[in-house]
Design a binder for this molecule. Structure first.
Ligand SMILES: Cc1cc2nc3c(=O)[nH]c(=O)nc-3n(C[C@H](O)[C@H](O)[C@H](O)COP(=O)(O)OP(=O)(O)OC[C@H]3O[C@@H](n4cnc5c(N)ncnc54)[C@H](O)[C@@H]3O)c2cc1C
Ligand code: SF4
Length: 323
């Protein structure tokens, strides 16, 4: 860990004040700081000002909205995991929140910070001297990707847990910035580029996440190196509705395997069928085709690919059995 470069902290209480503070040169938003501060201690970034999101009134609280729920970006993961409405109707989200890091992290970590988490790679989440000894890398200060040296793209993995269940539930996000506010599907927040995985423009803030009403039954599970505390090496959310013994609706979302979390494409072909062993095999194959884990973690990419497929098949079997 490096000593932190000097910076000042401002703590706005309104969204307008937060946006104004972020418009200043070299200002950076911080929420729980459980990801950002680690990066700063690794010499990744040296903002002159940190803008603390936690006191911004518009980012706080969980409220009913049109039969669904609006979750403020500064809501902590502990608050999210303990909310009875979330646990009752969107249990995969509560489950994912409970599986993030450790209790002390969850008390500080926020929903916005989890969705805007930096991507991770074994060549990147290192001290500055370690990275310097390797000539840094394409994502930060270097010119070569050590994972795929002949390419020109970073493959660092997005490793936030919440994105998968939120995608499976069809969540939208609200974003505010210098050009105004907008609402968009959560998937549009991301792009498949480990060095620039967020589509946010300069000075923009995720203000809230909206969960639509009438969620499908859903579950979340993740594979990780240490069960007690660790990022997902493959995180899977499955939402599955049954009618007359057949799959009536299916959404599968993945995190931890690619530079962005994503919804599995082509699941329509799996609806209208009985979710038997052959059906589960088909689902597993679809997952294996679309996840593209790279050598960004200590575990083999092929293991993560197969773990993602196995988790999807297991969750789907459980949900079909419960229906
Ligand atoms: C030991 C350890 C284990 C961990 N395990 C996990 C894990 O299992 N799963 C997991 O998902 N994460 C894990 N994390 C990462 C982190 O704790 C969580 O992802 C957490 O939710 C990040 O939220 P935060 O509020 O602390 O983000 P911060 O560190 O404050 O911010 C993270 C990034 O998001 C940006 N940001 C924050 N809020 C907003 C917003 N509203 N709009 C736009 N940008 C924003 C910040 O500028 C920064 O770039 C772990 C961290 C540690 C240290
Ligand atoms: S995938 Fe390549 S460019 Fe990206 S962080 Fe890892 S080594 Fe660096």
């Amino acid at each position: 860990m490096e000593p932190l470069a000097p910076f000042s902290v401002v703590a706005p209480t309104s969204l307008a004040a937060a946006l104004a503070a972020l418009a200043e040169p070299e200002a950076r938003l911080v929420a729980g700081g459980t990801d950002l501060m680690v990066n700063l201690r690794h010499g990744i970034g040296a903002p002159r000002t940190l803008v603390d999101a936690r006191g911004v009134a518009e980012l706080r609280g969980i409220a009913a909205q049109g039969g669904g729920l609006a979750i403020g970006a500064a809501v902590t993961l502990a608050e999210l995991a303990e909310d009875a409405r979330v646990g009752g109707r969107w249990p995969a989200l509560a489950e994912a929140a409970r599986l993030v890091a450790a209790p002390a992290h969850r008390a500080a970590a926020t929903v916005g910070g989890n969705l805007c988490l930096d991507t991770r790679c074994t060549f990147y989440n290192r001290s500055a001297w370690w990275r310097a000894a390797n000539g840094f890398c394409l994502k930060h200060r270097g010119s070569v990707c050590h994972v795929a040296p002949t390419g020109n793209r970073c493959h660092a993995a997005f490793s936030g847990d919440l994105a998968a269940p939120l995608l499976a539930y069809g969540a939208t996000v609200e974003i505010a910035g210098p050009a105004g506010a907008r609402r968009q599907p959560l998937g549009a927040l991301y792009r498949e580029d480990g060095a620039a995985h967020l589509t946010l423009a300069a000075g923009e803030i995720v203000t809230s996440v909206q969960l639509p009403p009438q969620p499908l039954p859903a579950r979340y599970a993740k594979a990780r190196a240490r069960q007690a505390i660790d990022f997902p090496l493959a995180g899977v959310a499955v939402a599955l509705g049954m009618a007359a013994g057949k799959v009536a609706a299916l959404r599968v979302a993945l995190t931890g395997t690619n530079a962005s979390p994503f919804l599995l494409a082509g699941v329509e072909a799996l609806t209208g069928a009985v979710p038997d062993a052959a059906w589960r095999e088909q689902l597993g194959k679809l997952v294996q085709k679309q996840v593209t884990p790279m050598r960004t973690t200590l575990l083999a990419a092929q293991y993560r690919r197969r773990a993602a497929a196995a988790l999807a098949m297991r969750l789907a079997a459980g949900l079909a059995g419960e229906a």
